[in-house]
Design a protein around this ligand. Structure first.
Ligand SMILES: NC(=O)c1ccc[n+]([C@@H]2O[C@H](COP(=O)([O-])OP(=O)(O)OC[C@H]3O[C@@H](n4cnc5c(N)ncnc54)[C@H](OP(=O)(O)O)[C@@H]3O)[C@@H](O)[C@H]2O)c1
Length: 262
């Protein structure tokens, strides 16, 4: 049985991956993972391929074990794994609770590594792994600090794993979008510390680009000229300067808003 596994499938980019993978390739089943079962059920009902909803909180170790047990029982070939579950919080470091940070690290970093680890025995030559990181993977980001650090881990992990797995013919792509029009903002924005979004992309475009970049053999996928320029800036300029520009952009926006509000 050939399957795709997509985490974060209840909304945003994860959900777009499910739709586009089903459009472009034949799978016996697509296993979709997130916490909101109603959303996963609705997605399954709307698809023409068999979609298996697995309502799991991946920040919990038990959920990874449940998934691992299912793999053991069904012994599928996992042709594609998309690690899309993740969340961020915008704000000054101490304005966000430690519980929230620990949960973020458990989901964005630990669960992504665990999902990859337990899935790999079921992948064969030609297998593909898409790990969603972020533009914030490329530089330290004040006020999105811990989130950016988890995403830097994802970028580093994914690129190194791609080299290691080349012997097995399995590819790993780090997908690093800028701002994307998803529910991510609802959970991330708890105050107006970060409120300047220069360009917002559509999730479908990010995923289409990622699928193309995987075909081309890339290890990093970045959509949009402005985002690519920002990545280039993080390579050419001292990170202290890049961070200063970012902080100033956010402050400037707040001043503008203040003026607009009178
Ligand atoms: N939107 C952006 O601007 C942006 C930019 C760069 C990178 N990203 C990254 O892209 C990825 C996808 O996010 P998105 O933008 O598509 O936002 P989204 O619509 O909020 O999707 C996040 C997904 O993660 C799932 N999730 C959250 N907590 C979970 C948990 N504990 N266990 C299992 N699943 C969980 C959510 O489902 P449930 O709530 O149902 O669990 C949802 O399906 C994330 O890793 C995000 O950090 C987003």
């Amino acid at each position: 049985m050939k399957i795709a596994v997509v985490t974060g499938a209840s909304s945003g980019m994860g959900q777009e991956f499910v739709k586009l993978l089903a459009e472009k390739e034949a799978f016996d089943e697509i296993w979709v993972i997130a916490r909101r079962k109603d959303r996963l059920d609705a997605l399954a009902a709307s698809m023409s391929v068999p979609v298996i909803p697995l309502a799991l909180d991946l920040s919990q170790k038990d959920s990874i074990l449940t998934y691992q047990k299912l793999l053991e029982e069904q012994n599928p070939e996992v042709a594609v794994l998309v690690n899309g579950s993740g969340f961020g919080k915008f704000g000054a470091f101490t304005s966000i609770s430690l519980d929230e940070y620990e949960n973020m690290i458990d989901l964005n970093a630990k669960a992504l590594i665990s999902m990859t680890y337990v899935t790999l025995p079921y992948m064969k030559k030609g297998g593909r792994i898409y790990n969603i990181d972020s533009l914030s993977s490329f530089q330290p980001v004040p006020y999105i600090n811990v989130y950016g650090a988890t995403k830097a881990l994802v970028l580093s992990f994914s690129r190194a794993l791609n080299v290691e797995l080349s012997e097995r013919g399995i590819r790993v792509l780090a997908v690093g979008p800028g701002w994307v029009n998803t529910e991510c903002f609802k959970r991330a924005a708890h105050d107006d510390t970060v409120s300047y979004y220069n360009r917002i992309f559509e999730p479908r475009d990010v995923v289409l680009r990622a699928l193309r970049d995987m075909e081309k053999g890339k290890d990093v996928s970045v959509l949009g000229f402005s985002v690519r320029m920002q990545v280039l800036a993080t390579k050419l300029l001292p990170h202290r300067l890049v961070m200063k520009v970012w902080v100033n952009q956010q402050k400037k926006k707040k001043n503008t808003e203040k003026i607009a509000r009178g």
